[in-house]
Design a protein around this ligand. Structure first.
Ligand SMILES: Nc1ncnc2c1ncn2[C@@H]1O[C@H](COP(=O)(O)OP(=O)(O)OP(=O)(O)O)[C@@H](O)[C@H]1O
Ligand SMILES: [Mg+2]
Length: 341
């Protein structure tokens, strides 16, 4: 039998009281381990859509299936335990230590104290706030970004399959925001959670998403990979929202690995392996995961027209050149073969 999507919306609608529908006719499948970003202007129904997943808001029409089971048939407590929830206004308990905040769910689940404290240490390590330094502080003694990390650790405590995040970085300054985005991306690659992440920030969406849901006035305008949204916007609204014609933005969602065959046999056409390229010693190396926008910026910074591409374990895979970059920027994605994970 075909596998069920982790989350499936079937013609879901919501009206509050006797007001107009704020979400209407949403049908959407979210696959396991995907990082799905819900993007749209203020008031379009993003938060409402997210809250219907953990039943903080009940749909007024349609159904939501979790691993194939109608969520109405799942006990609310059990449903919420299977999904972490992170919001902008974090909601840490101010009178409790960081460690206590993270251990609330395991304690609710009556885990053995030893298991709970091991888990708390592991999670604080994961969000880079080691227990020995931060565990016994109170939330007021943390920066906004640190509090947000604790919110994330708390949401992950019982190891839920699904992570729901509603503008979690909305209140952070630009530098901290970019740092947390990178860490969340990294965590997602390691933990393989299914993430549904709400934002109205286009750069954030393009940077984080495997799939983007573009919403307007309660409806889905488009659902696709970032590159699809940029390259084939479904309509003028989507095109304008993401500035689809912006070539630099487009570079940001194409990875080196998408345009270079980097593994052994197939590497003849592009990745030249003949003369090893000497990277300027201070230039960060490229990897298959580096996006072309970053690659361009590294070339410009180093004043070179090509940079070596390294594997994760540091082996030289070949070179990536400015010409290849320009070529990729001009080629429709269908031809550069962006991997369909
Ligand atoms: N509890 C509620 N009662 C009545 N109307 C509500 C309620 N919550 C949200 N709304 C309305 O539903 C619509 C969608 O709200 P929602 O919070 O889902 O939007 P959003 O896309 O998350 O917006 P933002 O980007 O500003 O957070 C808005 O018009 C809002 O005023
Ligand atoms: Mg909202």
């Amino acid at each position: 039998m075909a596998h069920d999507p982790v989350i499936r919306f079937e013609r879901v609608g919501k009206r509050y009281g006797d007001g107009d529908a704020v979400v209407e006719g949403v049908t959407l499948s979210i696959e396991r381990s995907h990082f799905v970003v819900v993007l749209g202007p203020s008031g379009c129904g993003k938060t409402t859509l997210l809250k219907m997943v953990n039943r903080l808001v009940e749909p007024t029409s349609g159904s939501i299936f979790i691993n194939g089971v109608d969520s109405k048939a799942i006990k609310v407590t059990q449903l919420r335990r299977s999904m972490g929830y992170v919001i902008q206004q974090i909601g840490l308990f101010p009178h409790m230590t960081v460690a206590k905040n993270v251990s609330t769910v395991p304690e609710l689940l009556r885990w053995e104290p030893a298991r709970t404290s091991a888990r708390v240490r592991e999670l604080l390590e994961l969000v880079r706030l080691p227990y020995d330094e931060f565990g016994l502080r109170h939330p007021a003694a943390l920066s906004g970004g640190q509090q947000q990390r604790i919110g994330l650790a708390r949401a992950l405590a019982a190891d839920p399959d699904i992570l729901l995040m509603d503008e979690p970085f909305g209140a952070l300054d630009a530098i901290e925001r970019v740092r947390l985005q990178a860490e969340l991306s990294d965590l997602h690659q390691r933990l393989h959670k299914t993430v549904v992440f709400v934002t109205h920030d286009v750069e954030e969406a393009l940077h984080l998403a495997d799939r983007i849901v573009v919403m307007r006035a309660g409806r889905i305008e488009q659902y696709g990979r970032p590159i699809d949204i940029l390259e084939r916007p479904a309509n003028a609204f989507v095109a304008e929202l993401v500035s689809a014609q912006d070539a630099v933005r487009r570079l940001g969602v194409i990875k080196i690995g998408d345009v270079l065959p980097l593994d052994g046999a197939s590497s003849t056409a592009h990745a030249r392996t003949a003369a090893p390229i000497k990277a300027p010693s201070d230039a960060a190396p490229l990897t298959a995961q580096t996006d072309l926008r970053t690659a361009l910026s590294l070339m410009l910074a180093a004043g070179v027209r090509e940079l070596p591409v390294l594997s994760d374990d540091g082996a030289a895979l070949g070179a990536f050149t400015l010409e290849q970059l320009l070529q990729a920027a001009r080629t429709p994605v269908s031809q550069v073969g962006v991997s369909d994970f």
